[in-house]
Design a protein around this ligand. Structure first.
Ligand code: LLP
Length: 433
């Protein structure tokens, strides 16, 4: 939130644009994307990992403009569906700089990726290796392939977003030998070019020891493949997952520190194993876009609820909720928020900011101290909503998904427009009686 400031009247400004003026023009709720901040974070990863390829993980947030900015800043792009591939194509991203993920890519998606010349397809099952081999044979093409492996690491993050332990759906296990067999299967398939191994241990991780252990295990397999199969793979990807600060209690990942630590481990291990260093790549999503966006909501109703023991909690309802940010309900995620439309001297009270959806778990911010006079018409800004909020947004309760408005140098531009009721009705075929 590097370009955020508060004006004398207490109104919050992002990228030189007043959030009050932005809502007056575009309505609420709205995601506000700070373009300079987004680009600066992308550049910080690119520069810190100058010897690596940095793939921005589009699943965190993707739209045509963002894909273009990523390419302009010299990053590559990780996509994980036909839909994301469509956006990348539309943005003019060089297919050679796209990595294609997914544990169940359809034959149609794979065929499209091969035809397009996507630079790397990260394979995730034996079935997929067979499928892909058949597709390249049918098209008379070739495809660059990485093999996604499971490093057997218990990443310290929410269970649903940890991906390197054994009992989950992603990757080939190193421990039980499947990763080695998958590499052999790729080598045996004419038309598949083995680029290297891929490991992603999870998301929102702060403790770098998980990355270290994973890097060691993946490099050990890399070395074994080199000695036993006589194949030197040119690349290796260590995934994304770098944690960001959602509240003041979190200590965000620092790209240059991460780069130094990772490079040191890889250098040391490769020397010990007597192998040349593969070209490394990483896939940050959240750490680039997460802090670059906030959501601005308008307050509707305010209610005081008596708690056991006589305390009172203030419930402030806003005009969005779990349809634009499912992360609190899904992962028990913590967010903070601030009054964005005016100054208030009222004493702070413990507040829960909730949405307008029909369930009690529809919470935007679990606990925040907000001025006690917050009332209908006030605007609240929730920072750090760039990653996995718009991209996981839904039409629950037939909500209209909010727009994404990019701000920079005092100018606001819509990059994703607000949905309309016509958009909702467009997929509902109507009376079929
Ligand atoms: N690479 C791969 C293969 C991934 O699966 C992911 C995230 C990333 C990179 C990027 O991870 P990041 O740097 O953004 O942490 N919806 C969840 C997060 C799911 C992450 C899925 N994969 C959330 O809201 O926390």
């Amino acid at each position: 939130w590097s370009t955020t400031a508060r004006k004398a009247d207490g109104v919050l400004e992002v990228g030189g644009v007043s959030l009050a003026a932005l809502v007056a023009e575009h309505g609420s709720p709205a995601y506000v994307l700070d373009e300079d901040d987004f680009r600066a974070r992308a550049r910080a990863f690119r520069d810190a990992f100058a010897a690596y390829d940095v793939y921005y993980a589009g699943k965190a947030f993707l739209c045509t403009a963002a894909a273009r900015w990523i390419a302009e800043e010299g990053l590559s792009l990780d996509v994980c569906s036909g839909g994301e591939l469509t956006v990348a194509e539309r943005a003019g991203v060089d297919p050679a700089r796209i990595g294609f993920h997914g544990n169940n890519k359809t034959p149609a998606e794979l065929r499209r990726a091969v035809r397009l010349g996507v630079g790397r397809i990260i394979v995730d099952s034996f079935v997929e290796i067979e499928r892909l081999a058949a597709i390249v044979a049918e098209l008379g093409a070739t495809a660059g392939v990485m093999v996604r492996v499971t490093a057997g690491v218990e990443a310290h993050t929410h269970e649903y977003i940890a991906t390197a332990h054994e009992d989950q759906k992603f990757g080939f296990s190193i421990t039980n030998g499947q990763a080695f067999d998958a590499v052999r299967a790729v080598l045996d398939a004419p038309g598949l070019e083995l680029l290297g191994l891929h490991s992603h241990i999870g998301s929102q991780i702060f403790d770098s020891s998980g990355f270290e252990v994973a890097a060691r295990r993946v490099l050990a397999l890399h070395a074994r493949i080199s000695t036993e199969l006589g194949v030197t793979m040119p690349e290796m990807d260590l995934g994304g997952g770098f944690g960001i600060a959602y509240t003041t209690q979190d200590d965000p990942s620092d790209p240059s520190q991460l780069a130094t630590e990772m490079s040191k481990i890889v250098e040391h291990e490769c020397r010990a194993l007597g192998i040349p260093e593969p070209r490394l790549s990483i896939e940050p999503g959240r750490a680039i876009v997460g802090p670059a966006m906030c959501t601005v909501y308008e307050v509707g109703t305010v209610k005081k609820v008596a708690l056991d023991g006589g305390a009172v909690r203030t419930y402030v309802s806003v005009d969005g909720g779990m349809s634009d940010n499912i992360r609190t309900a899904l992962y028990d995620a913590d967010y903070s928020c601030t009054l964005a439309s005016r100054h208030s001297d009222a004493p702070a009270v413990l507040t829960r900011v909730v949405g307008k959806h029909c369930e009690a778990g529809d919470i935007v911010v679990k606990d925040e101290f907000l001025p006690g006079d917050v009332a209908e018409g006030d605007l609240l800004a929730v920072p750090g909503t760039g990653a996995y909020c718009r991209s996981m947004a839904s039409n629950y309760n037939h909500a209209l998904r909010p727009p994404v408005i990019a701000v920079r140098d005092g100018v606001a531009r819509i990059v994703v427009r607000r949905e309309t009721e016509d958009d909702l009705l467009a997929t509902d075929v109507g009376d079929v009686s």
